[in-house]
Design a protein around this ligand. Structure first.
Ligand SMILES: Nc1nc2c(ncn2[C@@H]2O[C@H](COP(=O)(O)OP(=O)(O)OP(=O)(O)O)[C@@H](O)[C@H]2O)c(=O)[nH]1
Ligand SMILES: [Mg+2]
Length: 285
């Protein structure tokens, strides 16, 4: 079953979290949210995802020069989306470019393939409202789950998570999962430099070593709706391992954050100028 109907009964809607969510909504004004979506040939999946992001103020799609009409679908279904085109240098490079382009209070990183349920976004944002800097989805805490993980990936993630817990003195239940929310104001302090699927690990370990507050929230991962995976469990597992060991050196030794490649931001700026112009024209009537 792919359609995430079971979420209503999952931990996401359970008492403790709902309490946080209600308290947060009443205590502060609800922040604005940017969804950052990396895409590599995900046109069919975006037809499912984009209409479900209507509650999100800003959508940033970072596309790796897809050949299946991903950008056209985005323009049609979400005309106000910021679209960044860049060579397919990896998910990490795409996320870094998206984080730099985002303008809302909170950023939520969400895959394009329909495996992450947009109805969970409020639960992530509620915990940011409660004072956390980074909120990471977990498929392994109570209320979470996955229909997507192969046995190899499950074992790899388990051992990598255990290693992270030992190296960083944390008690995470899931390391390699890309459904993550963060305050936009912490992006530069995270000094992200990863190009590939190790980006989530780098984000989490850099957050810990720079003293940020991190929470986990239950999340259910579904099968990708269509298309093929870009992840290679062995190659990308090794990249995660290296990112974890590198992170131990601490933020001062890790060097400067690597900016997203020049043409990417030029394109983003171009798209954004167009967007703001459209808003101005609309406001002018
Ligand atoms: N822009 C860009 N996006 C990418 C690149 N590689 C992967 N992505 C996107 O990153 C997200 C995660 O990639 P997936 O292939 O779904 O990885 P996965 O979730 O581990 O694999 P599945 O279990 O098959 O879903 C998807 O939205 C991809 O389209 C890339 O090089 N550039
Ligand atoms: Mg996926």
């Amino acid at each position: 079953m792919h359609e995430p109907d079971s979420l209503h009964s999952a931990g996401v809607r359970s008492g403790a979290l709902l309490h946080h969510l209600d308290t947060a909504r009443h205590r502060t004004s609800w922040p604005t949210v940017t969804a950052v979506i990396p895409t590599l040939n995900e046109a069919d999946n975006l037809r499912w995802l984009l209409p479900r992001l209507s509650g999100v103020e800003e959508v940033v799609v970072v596309d790796g020069e897809s050949s299946d009409g991903t950008v056209d679908v985005t323009r049609r279904l979400r005309p106000d989306a910021v679209i960044i085109s860049q060579p397919p240098a990896g998910k990490g490079a795409a996320m870094r470019a998206g984080f730099q382009a985002a303008t809302s209070d909170v950023i939520i990183a969400i895959d394009a393939d329909g495996s992450m349920d947009p109805r969970e976004i409020d639960a992530f944002v509620a915990l940011i409202c409660c004072g956390f800097d980074v909120v990471k989805g977990s498929r392994y805490c109570v209320g979470g789950g996955s229909d997507d993980l192969t046995r190899l990936r499950r074992a790899g993630n388990l051992w990598l998570t255990r290693l992270a817990n030992v190296l960083y003195g944390v008690r995470w239940t899931d390391l390699c999962y890309g459904y993550i929310a963060l305050r936009r104001s912490v992006v530069d302090r995270l000094r992200l430099a990863a190009d590939g699927f190790e980006i989530e690990t780098e984000l989490c370990v850099n957050a810990i070593t720079t003293g940020m507050r991190i929470a986990e929230v239950p999340s259910h991962e579904f099968d990708r709706r269509s298309g093929v995976s870009k992840l290679n469990a062995r190659r990308d597992g090794l990249r995660v391992l290296r990112a974890m060991v590198r992170g131990r050196r601490g933020p001062a030794q890790r060097g400067r954050p690597r900016p997203a490649a020049g043409p990417v931001l030029e394109h983003a700026a171009h798209e954004r100028v167009g967007l703001e112009q459209a808003h101005l024209e609309e406001a002018a009537g």
